[in-house]
Design a protein around this ligand. Structure first.
Ligand code: C2E
Ligand code: CA
Ligand code: CA
Ligand code: CA
Length: 275
């Protein structure tokens, strides 16, 4: 038997498989990353098709590890969620996103991804409150992006909290729409400000008639419910013209711009780029 750091005897050490060891190493590195400030934010513009200008930017987390290099979010967000580290990381993201957004023109919003665990944490409303008060950002310039999975345990508490955030002036977007389950019932339970149409539909929108029909149905539904729509992952002009024709409010994707560093945002807003 061997003693680990916490004084627990492990009799089956060899059974700790390679995958578990990798995850454990990643967890330790994530803790270190928080301490030593290895995170930063990139921002991807969301182009408003109705007003023909950039309406906002989505904050996207970037981790530059000294030896691992750039670790993409899909490789560490799930570990951060399983270990609870997402609370501290998400807190930092919220503060930093609001802080940077105060330097942008007043009509430009910042969208921040909020993981279900972070959202359901009892400290979440005060995290938002503090990020807003410390930065001085007007609440209506902050949009939080949540996925349907926040509703999985306890729809009533989630809806109550959403109303509380809305009362503060914060905007709420439903992210990755169409990828989860029973999406439509959530649209009835809360009046989101925006629906983000998942890339998987956008990818096929110009070629595949059923994808185009689904996107049209989502846009029509959102419009009837007074919600805006953002098409995610728009990569080519054919997709753009199809989405524009369908009345989609805004687009986000490599066609307009990849995510950029925070210090490039002002220049991008300044150069009157048009989709
Ligand atoms: P998401 O919220 O759906 O973010 C959009 C992702 O699509 C981003 O990937 C973005 O870089 C990518 N993307 C945008 N346009 C295009 C395009 O035209 N083509 C392609 N192929 N990809 C495009 P990223 O930055 O790697 O983030 C992946 C996911 O990680 C995000 O998906 C989100 O779920 C999560 N994530 C990122 N930042 C945060 C954060 O601060 N907090 C939390 N909780 N999750 C985050
Ligand atoms: Ca998102
Ligand atoms: Ca998304
Ligand atoms: Ca996604």
């Amino acid at each position: 038997a061997k003693q680990d750091g916490r004084g627990v005897f492990r009799f089956f050490e060899p059974a700790l498989d390679a995958a578990a060891r990798k995850r454990r190493a990643l967890e330790l590195d994530l803790r270190e990353a928080i301490q030593s400030g290895q995170f930063r934010l990139n921002f991807q513009p969301i182009f408003d098709l109705k007003r023909d200008r950039i309406g906002g930017f989505e904050a996207l987390l970037r981790w530059e590890h000294p030896t691992r290099g750039n670790v993409p979010p899909i490789e560490f967000i799930s570990v951060a969620e399983e270990t609870g580290l997402i609370i501290a990381i998400g807190d930092w993201v919220m503060q930093e996103a609001c802080r940077q957004a105060t330097a942008w023109p007043a009509h430009v919003r910042v969208a921040v991804n909020v993981s279900p665990l972070q959202f359901r944490n009892s400290g979440f409303p005060s995290v938002i409150f503090q990020a807003l008060s410390h930065s001085g950002l007007s609440p209506d310039r902050l949009e939080i992006e949540i996925t349907e999975s926040v509703f999985l345990d306890g729809e009533t508490t989630v809806v109550t909290l959403l109303h509380k955030l809305r009362a503060m002036g914060v905007r709420i977007a439903l992210d990755d729409f169409g990828t989860g389950y029973s999406s439509l019932s959530y649209l009835r339970s809360f009046p989101f400000d925006k629906i983000k149409i998942d890339k998987s539909f956008v990818d096929a929108v110009a070629e595949d008639r059923s994808a185009a029909a689904i996107v049209r149905a989502i846009v029509d539904l959102a419009t009837a419910l007074h919600m805006e729509t953002t098409a995610e992952g728009v990569e080519d002009r054919d997709q753009l013209s199809e989405l524009r024709g369908q009345g989609c409010s805004s687009i986000q994707g490599y066609l307009f711009s990849r995510p950029i560093e925070g210090n490039m945002v002002a220049a991008m807003i300044g150069s009157a780029m048009s989709a």
